[in-house]
Design a binder for this molecule. Structure first.
Ligand code: ADP
Ligand code: MG
Length: 389
């Protein structure tokens, strides 16, 4: 559903529940990372885009309470948060993403009014497309409107990241919140995770889109393996004598090959190569050089599969099918996206071939794995938006 239709829908439901129209209406998107995987905690580069899937909130001042009350259409639950005192962790569990953001505003001395809120999200929850950042950034955007305290985009993104760290207990990087705040339609965002510098990269060619295929599997080894990867990267950086792998080159790694185990060598080779690929891909996007960008995506996948070992057979299946469709069939490139061990793959495709590609991917994925994939396409979308203020 397009954003204006979502807004109309939600306004109608707000009227039904609260007996009056909403005063504010805000949205924040989910995201997909086009390239730059497992580079963030190595101070490297990522290249995400906001997708046309949103967390949306309609709201008005509450006339009867001291609470922020949120109806969640998604899970059919209501969260009631008392804002007359410092907000703490609480129930339901998902409300912690919201609570953390409210606490961030309170900590800045911002006076927050009681609110009646209706919320809906078209970002699949827990699907690797960052429904969590969409929820945080949507909350922050609503609070900006309702309090009149407009925040600097970087400060806003960091406030949301802190909410996820401290209230949801998830030690995430900065990518998800940055892109949900700063995304721009028809642009990717090249983000330097060391300096937090951002560069918008225009996607000028209307004939390409990003296709997202959710494998609908999540292998549980994910979180433990993540910690192992992080420490292997730290070990490599130490042997190479650099602060982080961001500072290392392929030549430096080759020279120290005998000083490290094969596994640590391969982990470092992925990160060093992925940083180069990400910067090259941004340049390729800027020049609408799609075959080059596509090859970089395939190379990223191979590196994640063979050197970093965070793929799985379902993700590999999607990439193999995409590769077999090839450029003639409208696929420039494809790779796993997100942490790995399941979740989504992202493909760069020709707009005019989307139906045929989606059909073939769905059919062959089902044949190979016995699982239904969820497939949709998106052009790069805008970041957090105020539709009614
Ligand atoms: P992702 O961000 O990739 O979707 P996460 O595990 O980081 O996956 O976040 C998913 C969690 O975020 C959900 O389990 C839920 O607690 C919370 N969440 C996000 N959006 C909503 C929503 N609209 N309603 C309720 N909970 C949500
Ligand atoms: Mg998340």
């Amino acid at each position: 559903m397009k954003l204006p239709d979502l807004a109309t829908d939600l306004a109608r439901q707000f009227q039904r529940i609260y007996g009056r129209p909403p005063r504010w209406f805000v949205a924040a998107p989910g995201r997909v990372n086009v390239i730059g995987e497992h580079t963030d905690y190595n101070d490297g580069f990522v290249l995400p885009m906001a997708i046309e899937r949103y967390c949306v909130m309609a709201a008005d001042i509450s006339r009867t309470s001291q609470n922020i009350s949120i109806h969640d259409e998604q899970v059919g639950e209501k969260a009631v948060i008392d804002i007359s005192k410092p907000v703490e962790k609480g129930n339901p569990k998902w409300s912690n993403y919201v609570r953390g953001v409210i606490a961030g505003f309170q900590n800045r001395g911002v006076k927050i009014p009681a609110l009646d809120v209706l919320m809906l999200s078209t970002v699949p929850l827990g699907g690797g497309l960052s429904s969590s950042a969409a929820l945080e950034v949507c909350t922050a955007t609503l609070l900006e409107s309702a309090t009149g305290k407009k925040m600097d985009p970087v400060e806003k993104a960091l406030l949301c990241q802190k909410a996820e760290h401290e209230f949801a207990g998830v030690p995430c990087g900065i990518m998800d919140q940055f892109i949900s705040v700063m995304g721009k339609s028809n642009h990717l965002l090249l983000l330097d995770c060391r300096t937090r510098e951002t560069k918008l990269v225009p996607v000028n060619d209307p004939s390409v889109e990003l296709l997202i295929a959710n494998t609908n599997v999540r292998h549980e080894l994910g979180s433990g393996e993540y910690a192992v990867r992080r420490s292997q990267c730290e070990e490599a950086a130490k042997i190479l004598g650099v602060a982080s792998l961001r500072d290392a080159t392929a030549e430096m790694l080759e020279q120290k090959k005998s000083a490290m185990s094969d596994i640590v060598f391969r982990r470092a080779r992925h990160v060093i190569g992925e940083n180069e690929r990400t910067v090259s891909a941004a340049e390729g996007v800027r020049n609408s050089n799609w075959p080059t960008v596509g090859q970089l995506m395939y190379a990223s996948h191979r590196s994640l599969r063979d050197d970093y070992e965070v793929s799985c057979k379902e993700l590999d299946a999607v990439v193999e099918i995409a590769e077999s469709i090839g450029e003639q069939g409208g696929v420039y490139g494809c790779r796993m996206t997100g942490g790995g061990f399941g979740g989504c793959a992202v493909a760069l495709v020709k707009s005019n071939a989307i139906d045929a590609i989606s059909k073939k991917l769905a059919t062959e994925y089902r044949q190979k794995t016995g699982i239904e994939a969820a497939i949709f396409v998106s052009r790069p979308a805008a970041g957090a938006t105020v539709l009614k203020s």
